[in-house]
Design a protein around this ligand. Structure first.
Ligand code: NAP
Length: 216
């Protein structure tokens, strides 16, 4: 299975590409935006593809050639304003969903935010609300497609070492999760078709990633 990782140079993305390359039956196509980012992925044996997510839909769709699944783990990050939130967390996400449809890439895994409900928008602090809005509508766009999708809602991400132990369910108590464990749960999701059509929240916990995904 060849997996297009959108946002591959991100903190979750880099773990994910490595985990994919460590499997025997999967390989990653790493979507990055700068030539100088490519060597990390080439060294892992992954195929880099350089595309700025603010590009037009046709340019983005070209990166979908030859892949079987896509993971969206890009993000505008906390150091940019609502303009980039609109361009990346919403518009780029929708462009990749449309590209998947157009190119016949059925499997789509979205890394969303912990709570993207209407209630979460209304109760978010003013500076955070545009991000929740973007994630809310991107998730909703994906739900309304016939793609084989899974929407993952991780808690607050940290850079502690992964433990491989999580708590995952439709709703869980708010908490933190290492980015490495988010990458593990994405990998497990890609390998379990029982996750198709589902969405779940995930935080650090005491169940192995494998068992947590099986129990969904
Ligand atoms: P990250 O490290 O900020 O990575 C985001 C990636 O998106 C970066 O590689 C960045 O590229 C890429 N990107 C941004 N704009 C782009 C553009 N115009 N063209 C191409 N690529 C672009 O994110 P993370 O911490 O791994 O988070 C992964 C996902 O989890 C995100 O979707 C985030 O919204 C979501 N999430 C975050 C939290 C949290 O607590 N932070 C909680 C739940 C969910 P460069 O490397 O070139 O900058």
């Amino acid at each position: 299975m060849k997996v297009l990782v959108v946002g591959a140079n991100g903190q979750v993305g880099k773990h994910l590409v490595k985990f994919i390359q460590d499997t025997e039956h999967m390989e990653a196509k790493a979507m990055i935006r700068k030539e100088e980012q490519a060597s990390y992925f080439k060294d892992l044996g992954a195929e880099p593809v350089i595309v700025d997510l603010e590009s037009g839909p046709d340019t983005i769709a070209e990166a979908f050639d030859g892949v079987d699944a896509v993971v969206f783990t890009a993000g505008s990050g906390p150091n940019t304003g609502p303009d980039k939130t609109m361009m990346i967390d919403l518009d780029a996400a929708v462009k990749t969903i449309e590209a998947a449809k157009h190119k016949g890439v059925k499997r789509y895994v979205m890394i969303s935010s912990f709570d993207t409900t209407r209630e979460a928008i209304q109760s978010a602090p003013e500076s955070f609300a545009p991000y929740v809005v973007a994630k809310h509508y991107a998730d909703d766009w994906l739900r309304k497609t016939d793609l084989d999708h899974t929407i993952i809602h991780p808690g607050m991400l940290n850079n502690e070492g992964g433990t491989g132990q999580v708590e995952a369910a439709e709703t869980v108590e708010r908490g933190e999760i290492p980015r490495e464990d988010v990458a593990r749960i994405i990998l497990e999701t890609l390998q379990n078709d029982s996750t198709i059509g589902k969405e779940f929240q995930v935080v650090g916990g005491s169940t192995s990633v494998e068992d947590a995904v099986k129990s969904l």
